[in-house]
Ligand binder design. Structure first.
Ligand code: FES
Ligand SMILES: [Fe+2]
Length: 388
């Protein structure tokens, strides 16, 4: 450890905690300069005030990967979740477009839908039965004509920005957010021969991990932990703790490239040799990624539920040619089962880290040269959180 991180300094009075947040943000700023390769101050994971800052400046403004369009194929399909405490629903409208909005009733704040997925023609509030369309417009409000100040035409659910990138669905809580796609142009070109638009999601999952979201995201930005947490699974395809090449394309897009122990077998896609020899993990700040495993694609997203709980969403995609004649149910079970094993290994380790992060002896550790992705993530966090 470099130093103890000021044990006992995390006071809860206003002035002190503001100073605490300023100090953490100041430390983050050093990653944009010539900071030593060390981990974040432990209080970055435990300070409620710092989490509030992340809620507004990171998850209130950035593109969050929430799913794949195969979960939203027909009009009326919806996916509901919370993003750092903010309820969100994404629908496939009758117009064929995706809509993102706040599923909070405009009458007296009843949630219109609970986290999950389903299909519906409209959202009817169970409290007083106001109804909303798939695009958020109010369709009807019972016994409201007598209130002359109420204008049903002006009443609709607040919208969020939604964008698809080759089937991956991103939401931004800021409806005026700058589009994401221009930042992913290099990923576009490099993954063209994967034909992502044609790929089919064969399995998906959601889990809840008892960790601060950054503990999960850091872990996903390095392979150094593979020897320790995945000795019988991921370690078999990742050599020597996984040297990683990091390339930053934009504030939102970072590519992490890692070699496989052996190039993946030729499959059905016209991939280049390097695409069979390396895993390319296309990370979209803050917490989504799409990774290539030769002919299969695995996406994962870490979305905070609270300061110490994170929803982990993910899925596996295959090219249609690999599905010809396949037993889709068996394929789904097989991929869900293998993902569950690896996820359980990460979760078990990371929840242990979370239990220790509040210790007075938790500190800032030196990072290995095998962890450049972690530093790239810290720099992204610094850019998102620094004022201006
Ligand atoms: S709170 Fe939804 S109709 Fe009253
Ligand atoms: Fe892992």
């Amino acid at each position: 450890m470099v130093s103890e991180d000021r044990p006992g300094a995390g006071g809860r009075d206003g002035a002190r905690t503001t100073a605490e947040v300023e100090e953490i943000v100041g430390e983050l700023g050093r990653y944009l300069g010539d900071s030593p390769a060390i981990s974040l101050p432990p209080r970055a994971y435990t300070s409620p005030e710092f989490y509030e800052l992340e809620r507004s400046r990171v998850f209130g403004r950035c593109w969050v990967l929430v799913g794949h369009s195969d979960e939203l194929t027909a009009p009326g399909d919806y996916v509901a979740l919370t993003v750092a405490g903010e309820p969100v629903v994404v629908t496939r409208g009758h117009d064929g477009a995706l809509h993102g909005m706040s599923p909070i009733c405009r009458h007296r704040n009843m949630p219109l839908v609970e986290p999950g997925a389903g299909r519906t023609d409209a959202f009817t509030c169970r409290y007083h039965l106001w109804r909303y369309g798939l695009d958020g417009r109010l369709l009807g409000a019972t016994y409201m004509r007598g209130n002359k100040e109420f204008d049903p035409a002006a009443c609709r659910l607040p919208g969020f920005a939604v964008e698809q990138w080759h089937g991956f669905v991103f939401v931004n809580l800021d409806p005026g957010a700058e589009p994401l796609a221009p930042h992913l142009g290099r990923f576009d070109r490099e993954t063209a021969n994967y034909r992502l638009d044609d790929m089919v999601q064969v399995a998906s999952w959601q889990e809840e991990w008892r960790v601060n979201w950054k503990i999960a995201v850091e872990n996903a930005h390095e392979n150094y932990h593979v020897m320790g947490l995945h000795p019988n699974t991921v370690a078999l395809i990742t050599p020597r703790g996984g040297d990683m090449d990091v390339r930053v394309d934009s504030p939102w897009a970072t590519r992490l490239r890692s070699p496989f122990t052996e190039p993946m077998e030729p499959g059905v896609l016209p991939l280049r040799d390097e695409q069979r020899a390396f895993m390319d993990n296309c990370c979209v700040f803050p917490s989504g990624s799409v990774a290539t495993f030769a002919d299969s694609i695995v996406w994962i997203s870490f979305i905070p539920l609270s300061i110490d709980r994170t929803q982990v969403r993910g899925g596996v995609l295959l090219p249609p040619a690999m599905l010809d004649g396949a037993d889709r149910d068996a394929l789904r079970k097989e991929h869900e089962a293998s993902s569950a094993v690896v996820n359980a290994e990460d979760r078990d380790g990371l929840e242990a880290v979370q239990r220790a992060i509040g210790s007075r002896f938790a500190g800032r550790g030196h990072l290995s040269p095998k962890e450049p992705g972690v530093l790239a993530f810290y720099r992204g966090l610094a850019r998102a959180l620094l004022p201006g």
